[in-house]
Design a binder for this molecule. Structure first.
Ligand code: TXE
Length: 485
């Protein structure tokens, strides 16, 4: 018997519409491995419609006062908060993450993103530069037009709203493309935007694949600003498409983040923090610390306690309130994780924990994409497992002898997104933090996020910064006005 599945349609010019092709892709629930809804399989024609809507809306939206725009964003935040339970459940079903995590992290953060930028635009300052007796200059920061916002599947609403909120807060209009694997909360957000009375065309969401929708967005000459979060390989394609059109581009890409534990660390805190940073969201957070380095005197003790703690993580149905480890987002991603666990063994690694799929937590999840939290020891620092982004619940632990040595290990990868350093020695903390090549260094903590701080990566982890003032600047064009005295 064929059941009609819910269809996630595009949101263009304030209305939910069918994709031009009339086609839909199956949207699979990772916990069951079965399609539970469908998502519009859009193409360049749909992007074209969205551009027309965004272009038209820009005329009025960009002229609204900051206070007017702020009111809309605050209303959106309030409505997401009202529906937080619905959003959390939808995010969990769509992505496989534990519902408790969606409820405590993803959805509150989406609310905070809208509130933060709604109020940030009310407190901006403009620069003035006085040129002796000759002239004075002041800087206008004006909206740039249409922003293309492309986001991944690991933190669907969290990351998409982190782009939408600043883009429209400063007066741009936006065309967003969520990951085709996790479109549901973007759809719910569009319903909220309708209810909040956001003018038609200010936010348009075009669903579909990277090549069919993402690529036309990056190639469209009228979409002059591109903010992308995703894999490094895709990031290169985005950069290539944008370069000849001189688009303003922000790329937040992958990571292979070091997590360094010195012998003088508060061991309890370091273990708690490291287990969380290794396995949060099944290791599918670009900020996860996938390479743990432990100073030799405490290596054995650390590994024993880490394994003990990690083995207690409750793996289960993402919709079960007690679950701490849910499902991997897709079969492709699960296969990638398996590939790297095999590779690690070929490279001489020892599986100290996990290494395979667990027993299905219940009948419903029989064909779901689950993998055990996995710990690998005994690998060389330079092997592929320790260099390439796995993006799953797999972490390596490696001993080190000296500060100098571990700084070299930390920096000896192509990525440079984030790092953690665990030590009670303040001077060492400053010294090491200064020398690590990552956009964020956490000392004695992980994933503490202040929305005002610059956020982004070095090297292959990206270009540009998001967050606070950086985001407001990214989504505006500075113009100097020089007036003779
Ligand atoms: O991401 P993609 P994928 C890493 C992780 C993962 C790998 C691949 O290692 O295994 O990337 O994951 C859209 N032009 N991260 O393939 O493809 C795509 O539709 C424009 C790290 O799922 O980078 C989606 O909306 N857009 C990461 C978005 O790009 C294109 C989060 C990201 O998908 C496009 C996710 C194109 N040519 C994966 N092709 C992080 N750092 O947060 C695809 N897209």
């Amino acid at each position: 018997m064929r059941t009609e599945r819910f269809q996630v349609r595009n949101f263009i010019n304030g209305e939910f519409i069918e994709p031009n092709s009339g086609r839909y892709l199956d949207n699979v629930e990772p916990a069951t491995g079965k399609p539970y809804s469908q998502v519009a399989d859009s193409d360049a024609q749909d992007v074209e419609l969205a551009v027309a809507a965004a272009e038209k809306a820009f005329r009025d939206w960009s002229k609204k006062t900051a206070a007017e725009r702020s009111t809309f964003l605050l209303r959106i935040a309030e409505l997401i908060e009202r529906d937080r339970e619905k959003f959390a459940r939808a995010e969990s079903i769509d992505s496989g993450k534990p519902v408790s995590l969606a409820r405590s992290m993803d959805i509150p953060r989406a609310v905070a993103n809208f509130r933060f930028f709604a109020t940030a635009i009310l407190h901006t300052e403009s620069e003035a530069h006085i040129t002796d007796d000759v002239a004075f200059n002041y800087t206008l920061r004006q909206p740039r037009g249409i922003a293309g916002l492309i986001s991944p599947w690991n933190l669907p609403l969290y990351l998409l709203s982190w782009k939408i909120a600043p883009a429209i807060a400063v007066g741009n209009t936006a065309i967003a493309k969520p990951s085709e694997l996790t479109p549901m909360t973007a759809f719910l957000l569009c319903e909220i935007c309708q209810e909040a009375g956001l003018p038609a065309g200010v936010l348009n969401v075009v669903h579909g694949t990277g090549p069919n929708v993402g690529a036309p967005i990056t190639a469209h000459p009228k979409i002059t600003t591109i903010s992308f979060t995703g894999g490094t390989v895709t990031g290169k394609k985005v950069a290539e498409a944008c370069a000849p059109l001189f688009k303003k581009v922000s790329l937040e890409l992958g990571g292979k983040n070091p997590n360094i534990v010195f012998a003088d660390a508060d061991l309890e805190a370091a273990i708690d923090g490291s287990v969380r940073s290794s396995f949060a969201n099944q290791g599918q957070v670009c900020l996860c610390g996938s390479r743990v380095f432990v100073e030799k005197p405490i290596y054995k003790q650390f590994v024993d306690r880490f394994l003990n703690k990690a083995s207690q993580l409750k793996q289960g149905d993402p919709l079960d309130e007690q679950t701490e480890q849910g499902a991997i987002v897709s079969k492709t991603q699960l296969d990638k994780v398996k590939f790297y666990v095999d590779l690690a063994q070929k490279e001489g690694g020892k599986i100290a924990l996990g290494g395979s799929a667990p027993q299905a937590p219940n009948e419903r999840c029989h064909e779901g994409y689950f993998f055990q939290p996995t710990v690998i020891t005994g690998l060389s620092v330079s092997c592929r497992t320790n260099r390439e982004e796995i993006f799953g619940p797999v972490v390596t632990i490696t001993p080190f002898d000296s500060e100098e040595e571990v700084i070299n290990h930390a920096n000896d990868v192509e990525y440079g997104l984030s790092s953690s350093v665990w030590t009670q020695n303040l001077s060492r903390a400053h010294r090491v933090a200064e020398r690590i090549h990552t956009g964020t260094v956490w000392v004695n903590c992980w994933l503490v996020r202040d929305l005002r701080v610059p956020f982004g990566g070095m090297k292959q982890s990206g270009v540009g910064r998001e967050g606070g003032e950086e985001a407001l600047r990214f989504f505006t064009e500075p113009k100097n006005i020089c007036i003779a005295k």
